[in-house]
Design a protein around this ligand. Structure first.
Ligand SMILES: [Zn+2]
Length: 689
């Protein structure tokens, strides 16, 4: 059990959850993982710590192959597309990874196989043969998501093998009623297959000691509590291999056609990426994973807790010489406008679109997501709140303070830092507060309380505004220029401090601040110092740090979401359409005698509120045909219309009347009927083929 305090660590390995390369990044990912991780790392770097900030695209697993199948392309094409997109957009947001790799790299394949082989050779896996669903025609085992059927709990007709999205219950494929392979539409068969299981139950005692006892105080309650309930509930062996053709080959005999479980290989991606980074930088990678004085921290979302707190540590522990995470500050979920963010429903604010729609506003997003981060409970992102954070906080507090200090200095002192003269209590109070800010911000960051840290940072700007409001230099300038010089000198020192303590949160604005002040990047150790700016140093002409975001910008974003909602509603209708029928041969089709006929008489069928009775001229005869369209069509409006009929349907009696054929109608998902008509008039009896 390690009990080192912060200062005993010599280096930091900070990982951010590997984004899954089957879609772009959205604000939920950012608020949950990447923004807090980046704040943490930027702070550590500012303190001069040795940090490796590691991330990569997770490019294996079932969802990738499913997506490629859906789009009619290869898994490689999918991951290539999204890897590039994710990397670009994160970079543009200033997420400062030391390396952003990908799990399809050879280094990663080698590393993951090395891990598996080592555990295999140590005899740590349990080999088990079990029956799993297999698609005979596609000649492959079916992953849970490739099987649909009726939910045993709610009767939903298209539940997946692992979950019913209608009632939310988690399922096994064998629970489904009338299971169907989505690959071929055939019912799957059961077939034996062998897999390698990690016997997690063997780690229970150790996990209990390490997490439940050892990290009760320093891990977030939501993370610790979830681990405890997993461990208390009893851990089960978990298969670390899959029957799949996309992924990392299982490097042992008798494992043809099998790959490593994506959750076995993905966290090892942190190690692989560290190796790549170290090689690139001419460093040793091992200390970042194997040295006791390395602090390992995993930033993840709450859906990944079990993998990062139970399974991956069990693997690391079994490897023998790896450090364990010192903390796993997982966040809860961010919702969007009151609804769960969903990639499949396109209910998200996508980073790559945000960067185009709201150019040069990276810091506004970083700020809004951090100030509203779902640190201890699920939170909601709304565009109104986003606008308010910008207009009422970044513009009105931070931007306003910086601008006033700079504008007044240019106005009264020609843009040069004025001399600080005698200081009074009101000045001492401000300087005293300033001295405390870096520790307050830093302590909160080190406790993974990023909202609190951000608020402490903003407190400095608030204090600056209050100081100017209380001292009113714009009034004093008429009577006491020296006093005004002192006030502005102090205000400018606060601005210089903001360029340091705001940097982890809003790095683009911190950079602008440094340029306005003509200063170099300063370390965290300089923060709190009230003599960062030398007297008579020249400042640049002030320009606005933040601009107001107008209503129309916000309305456009809200409209975009409204459009998504409409689109989803339409797609849901499509889903409720009848499924395609089985294939028929051409001869079956040729048996149908389809013709155009003209309606020459039309009336209601007595005692029926559904049926209309028509006399139809088929070219060869005039015959009676009944049709169940009385709710949508009046007899009168049908007169003279050309319609499509099946002329050789055996006669059927309905309500005492024999119908000699059938009129064809199109029916949409809501049951609306429309006639099928030739688009120009044709002779009655024309054959349709
Ligand atoms: Zn269900």
């Amino acid at each position: 059990m390690r009990t080192m305090s912060q200062r005993d660590f010599k280096r930091h390995t900070v990982t951010a959850a590997l984004p899954y390369a089957n879609g772009p990044i959205h604000i939920g990912h950012l608020a949950g993982v990447y923004v807090p991780a980046d704040i943490y790392v930027r702070y550590l770097r500012s303190k001069g710590e040795d940090v490796a900030f590691i991330c990569a695209s997770d490019e294996h697993g079932m969802a990738i192959t499913m997506r490629s199948r859906k789009e009619g392309t290869t898994p490689q094409a999918i991951v290539d597309r999204y890897h590039g997109m994710i990397q670009d957009s994160m970079d543009q947001l200033g997420i400062s990874f030391d390396i952003y790799s990908r799990t399809s790299n050879k280094t990663h394949h080698d590393t993951a196989q090395m891990f598996f082989k080592k555990l295999y050779q140590e005899g740590l896996f349990e080999e088990r043969v079990s029956e799993q669903y297999y698609d005979d025609e596609a000649q492959q085992f079916l992953a849970d998501r490739y099987i649909t059927g009726t939910c045993p709990n709610c009767g939903h007709p298209s539940a997946y093998g692992d979950q019913c999205e209608n009632c939310g219950s988690s399922l096994n494929p064998t629970d489904l009623i009338n299971p169907i392979s989505t690959l071929t539409g055939n019912p799957p068969v059961k077939k034996e297959t062998k897999h390698w299981y990690l016997p997690l139950q063997n780690y229970e005692a150790w996990l209990n000691e390490w997490i439940v006892e050892g990290h009760k105080k320093d891990w977030k309650p939501n993370v610790w509590g979830q681990c405890k309930s997993w461990i208390d509930g009893g851990l089960q062996p978990r298969a670390m291999t899959r029957d799949l053709d996309w992924g990392i080959k299982v490097p042992v005999e008798g494992a043809d056609g099998k790959v490593l479980y994506v959750w076995f290989d993905a966290p090892i991606g942190y190690v692989s990426a560290t190796r790549e980074w170290a090689e690139r930088e001419g460093k040793e990678w091992e200390p970042y994973w194997k040295s006791d004085d390395t602090k390992l921290v995993h930033f993840i979302g709450k859906d990944n807790i079990v993998f990062h707190c139970i399974i991956f540590p069990a693997i690391l522990k079994s490897m023998g010489d790896y450090v364990l995470p010192d903390n796993v500050p997982a966040n809860e979920f961010l919702n969007l406008e009151g609804d769960k963010i969903s990639t499949s429903r396109n209910w998200a604010v996508w980073l790559h679109e945000y960067l185009i729609d709201l150019p040069e506003k990276q810091d506004v997003l970083r700020y809004a997501l951090c100030s509203n981060a779902p640190e201890s409970k699920d939170n909601d992102f709304t565009w109104k709140d986003f606008q308010a954070r910008n207009n009422n906080e970044l513009v009105a507090i931070l931007g306003n303070f910086v601008n006033r200090a700079l504008v007044l200095t240019h106005k009264y002192f020609d843009g040069k830092v004025p001399v600080r003269g005698e200081v009074f209590d009101i000045d001492k109070e401000v300087l005293d507060q300033l001295g405390k800010v870096p520790n307050k911000v830093g302590d909160s960051i080190e406790k993974y309380r990023f909202r609190e840290a951000l608020a402490e940072m903003m407190e400095l700007a608030r204090m600056g505004n209050k100081y100017l409001a209380d001292t009113e230099p714009w009034k004093l300038i008429k009577t006491d220029q020296d006093r005004v010089g002192t006030i502005l000198n102090i205000a400018l020192q606060l601005v210089a401090n903001l360029s340091i303590v705001a940097e982890p949160f809003i790095p683009f604005s911190a950079d602008k601040l440094r340029k306005l002040l003509n200063i170099e990047r300063l370390d965290w150790s300089s923060a709190g110092n009230d003599e960062l700016l030398a007297e008579a140093a020249t400042l640049e002409k002030p320009s606005l740090l933040f601009e107001k975001i107008e209503d129309k910008t916000i309305e456009a974003q809200v409209q975009k979401l409204e459009d998504t909602k409409k689109q989803n509603e339409m797609e849901n209708q499509e889903i409720s359409l009848a499924p395609l029928k089985e294939d028929i041969v051409f001869d079956d089709f040729m048996k149908l005698d389809l013709r155009v006929g003209t309606i020459i008489e039309a009336k209601k069928v007595e005692k029926s509120n559904k049926l209309l009775q028509f006399l139809v001229d088929t070219g060869v005869d005039q015959r009676t045909i009944l049709s169940g369209i009385a709710k949508q069509y009046d007899p009168a409006e049908m007169l003279g219309k050309q319609v499509t009929i099946i002329a050789n349907l055996a006669p059927r009696k309905m309500m005492g009347v024999a119908s000699q054929g059938m009129i064809l109608m199109a029916e949409d998902a809501e049951g609306n009927l429309r006639l099928i008509q030739p688009n120009e008039a044709v002779n009655p009896g024309s054959v349709i083929s």
